[in-house]
Design a protein. Sequence first.
Length: 259
Amino acid sequence: MIQIDALPAFTDNYIWLLQDNASKRCAVVDPGDAAPVLAWLGNHPGWELSDILITHHHADHTGGVAELKDLTGAKVYGPANEKIPARDVALSDHDEVTVLGLTFAVHAVPGHTLGHIAFYHADPQTPLLFSGDTLFAAGCGRLFEGTPEQMHHSLSRLAELPDSTEVYCAHEYTLSNLRFAVAVEPENPDVTGRFEQVTRWREENRISLPSTLGLERKTNPFLRASQPSVKQKADERTGIDNASPVAVFAALRAWKDKF
Ligand code: ZN
Ligand code: FE
């Protein structure tokens, strides 16, 4: 049994901490800052950080890697096509890595950055997805390096994973993403209901993650570019007929950038 907890970092990042209670080994995903991880290790004597998984090169995901590697000797896994500090294992699409006894399939998901990868564990009961800054709860990452086509394709690939997949993304952006989702689909009760729920959670300072892929398919506008009402909203915004789901996606992403 692997327990997963969030270590908050900076203003809205989460460093995901995977714990194997039997062996007292743990792993982290995207440690942008070493301090929260070192604090946890300091409070948990006897635990060893064995592995570090990295989704992409941005500093808020990699800033703590070198220090953690230095202090713990943890093995660092990261995307092959990006510059990752202290990387031991370079990962490409369809590679597999085993961490704490869990096997993860690597999915190349370019868009936010060109080399961005996601980690998927196909557990029969509770599949796990570490999606970095690609798929967020109710949103998606900005297109810093890739094209709308690339990001749409990447998200479509993730959207094929099972409904029960738990989605662990790297930022607490859910509430602001849902504000946008409500603007796109004001008549969608799943969206408005989730907006109300996450509003309450955030008022109580509760984390909004993990999400599930089933919920994302129902409420994340960036996974819903093929819905007629979403296309209609995109057309209203742009004043043109966005004939393909990619064009709808691009219109949504541009709208959200200024929302
Ligand atoms: Zn990023
Ligand atoms: Fe980030």
